[in-house]
Design a protein around this ligand. Structure first.
Ligand code: FAD
Ligand code: N01
Length: 562
């Protein structure tokens, strides 16, 4: 049964995005008998893994865990080749999912959604695309991704560059041949750190333009051995259960002891000792044993600023041990923000790369970047010539994709205006005044603080179950009650208050601090994946507590409008 018996809308559910979230939504909606259509600006499925094709791109979570758990057949038949897979393999996996479940027939590719408007009279969403099409739907789900809008830095002269200019988040499909070329990489976050060692090995000379030095941990790019694959396949049920109940969406099954989780810790378990109580000999011994991993060896590092600074100093000592040139080492040492305030970066041979004769570090804190010229890059000190410039400058994260769609709810109110002082949601799922509009991994949910596939699956299941439930109960619209939304926003802020992620010296994309002019608000929910899931489930059990369920012309629903 479809929702709209008279089929006054084109579909029951329109989904924007065909990455991990959009694909599962298509599958789920179909299973529930809903008419669904997805739209993606990309040329095919994959989302993040379609766009980010830069050299060295791979996930920072074990692939056994960074994969769908909703089909046992799928997880039994798929074989990952590495513990943390490379971009081509993840994209191949998502292509396989699309083929296996015949998902592409409900997806329109190469089409951008420009606007989505709630029509109060008909109670339908009208979605407009850049192809000039209007699609009407009872529900609209934004599976637009938290890291899908590349941050084009405000560097003058980009149009003038006569060589090849690429952003890691929009990397050319045919790749770039660096052989014999002079290459620049701007940015040293996760994308830059993954790219730099690989480009260095190919290019004639690489210049790395660094503004803020990074805390990065060595990752073990290991082959996924037969035994680990078999073990996971025998234990998937348990692995998925532990993921769902965990803080960060990880079970850490099958990883060798000492391996990085990529989310801020090592597999060996939660440390109990306090760094502030350690003797100098103990500190040295742990530094000798763990190198940069020293930062996760103590319980108080994330909790106490003094402990954090001591761990930062040990990290810097570990960097100085790797990098030969003391001046370069000093420039690479992060100094003015705490460990743990950003998503943990993982690398393969990052610091060692700076020992190569054909790699030069340019410290933009000393010599700021002025412009891109026809032949390269100009700083306040020098002019450099390049054949290729790679911008690894990050994303307008979490709200960026939503902000670029003209979303209008009741009374024509624009979502970007409602969120001008920071995003406001109830449970990260919906925003008051925007009935039947859902966000996957939206602000106010654990989202980017987790293994995102676990958070995506939870949201897709909650949203699709809710839609089917409303259909079965004859409810036409759902939206948050304003008070419930206010309380949730306050709760999200309270949980974040006083944490290392919101410390004044932290300028992360979690806070929107990387985008000039963006309101500084901590966007994701730090309450943990397992706890958050429980809250969402309890809300349903209590009859969608905090939501207004009603007909489009109901008074209470209208009062909820802005
Ligand atoms: P996306 O994969 O971003 O897909 C969103 C899609 O929506 C895109 O294809 C986009 O084109 C489309 N879209 C957006 N706006 C519009 C519009 N207006 N019209 C039409 N289409 C639109 N997370 C982890 O947990 N672990 C990792 O190891 C990890 N590695 C990452 C590595 C990189 C390089 C990046 C950039 C991110 C990584 N992430 C990782 C986060 C990653 O984004 C998520 O894990 C996950 O892939 C997100 O899936 P999604 O479907 O929600 O969004
Ligand atoms: O982006 P970032 P990213 N001039 O924002 C610099 C996921 N991910 O694409 O810090 C000069 O972290 C900027 O400098 P500063 C993961 O969640 C995962 O690397 O603003 N420099 C910074 O160094 C990650 O957290 C993987 O001073 C400029 C860099 O560019 C998220 O995506 C891999 C500049 C941006 O770093 C984003 O990572 C890749 C300018 N105008 C991505 N503007 C995995 O490993 C920005 N910078 C799984």
């Amino acid at each position: 049964m479809t929702i709209d018996q008279d089929a006054a809308t084109d579909v029951d559910v329109v989904v924007v995005g065909a990455g991990f979230a959009g694909l599962y939504l298509v599958q789920r909606c179909r299973q529930l008998g809903l008419r669904v259509r997805a739209i993606d600006a990309a040329g095919d499925v994959g989302g993040t893994w379609y766009w980010n094709r830069y050299p060295g791109a791979r996930c920072d979570v074990p692939s056994i865990e960074y994969s769908y758990g909703w089909s046992d057949e799928l997880q039994q038949e798929w074989r990952w080749s590495e513990v943390m897979s490379r971009q081509p393999e993840i994209l191949e996996y998502l292509g396989h999912v699309a083929d296996r479940f015949d998902l592409r027939r409900d997806i329109t590719f190469g089409t951008r959604v420009r606007a989505a408007t709630f029509d109060e009279r008909s109670g339908a969403w009208v979605v407009e695309t850049d192809a000039g099409e209007q699609i009407t739907a009872t529900f609209c789900v934004m599976a637009t991704g938290c890291l899908s809008v590349p941050l084009e830095p405000d560097i003058p002269g980009q149009d003038l560059f006569e060589g090849e200019l690429a952003h890691t988040g929009r990397y050319p499909h045919e790749g770039i041949d660096f052989t014999g070329k002079r290459v620049a990489v701007v940015g040293t976050g996760s994308s830059g750190v993954q790219t730099i060692p690989i480009v260095a090995a190919e290019a004639a000379h690489l210049h790395v333009f660094q503004r803020t030095p990074v805390y990065t941990l060595p990752v073990m790019n290991l082959e996924l051995v037969e035994e680990a694959d078999r073990y996971a396949k025998e234990h998937y049920e348990e692995i998925r259960r532990i993921q769902r109940e965990s803080v960060a969406g990880l079970s850490m099954f099958g990883l060798p002891a000492g391996a990085n989780t990529g989310l801020g810790g090592l597999v060996e378990g939660v440390p109990e000792d306090r760094i502030l109580e350690a003797t100098d000999e103990q500190l040295r011994a742990v530094l000798d044993e763990k190198g940069r991993g020293v930062i996760y060896a103590w319980a108080d590092v994330r909790l106490d600023p003094e402990a954090n600074e001591l761990a930062c100093e040990l990290y810097r000592q570990a960097v100085r041990r790797i990098v030969d040139d003391p001046e370069v080492a000093e420039a690479l040492c992060p100094a003015d923000y705490p460990i743990g305030c950003k998503r943990q970066v993982l690398d393969s041979g990052y610091y060692e790369t700076f020992n190569r004769d054909d790699v030069t570090l340019v410290d933009l804190r000393k010599t700021p970047l002025e412009s891109i010229t026809a032949h390269g890059i100009r700083t306040t000190e020098a002019e450099y010539d390049f054949d290729v410039v790679i911008l690894a400058t990050g994303f307008d994260a979490i709200t960026g994709a939503l902000d670029r769609i003209d979303i209008r709810g009741r009374r024509g109110v624009a979502l970007r205006e409602r969120w001008a002082a920071g995003p406001r949601t109830y449970l990260g799922l919906q925003s008051a005044g925007f009935p039947n509009l859902f966000f996957v991994t939206g602000p106010g949910s654990p989202s980017v603080l987790s293994n995102m596939i676990v958070s995506i699956e939870q949201h897709v299941e909650w949203i699709s179950d809710c839609i089917a439930d409303l259909r079965d109960r004859g409810v036409r619209t759902i939206e948050p009650d304003r008070d419930a939304e206010d309380r949730w926003v306050e709760h999200v802020n309270q949980v974040a208050e006083g944490t290392v992620q919101t410390s004044p010296s932290c300028s992360s994309w979690y806070l929107g601090a990387n985008v000039p002019g963006k309101t500084r608000v901590f966007m994701p929910y730090l309450g943990g994946v397992g706890n958050y899931r429980k809250i969402c489930d309890e809300v349903v059990t209590a009859g969608y507590e905090g939501f207004v369920l009603d007909h489009v012309d109901d008074d209470r629903a209208c009062e909820n409008a802005f």
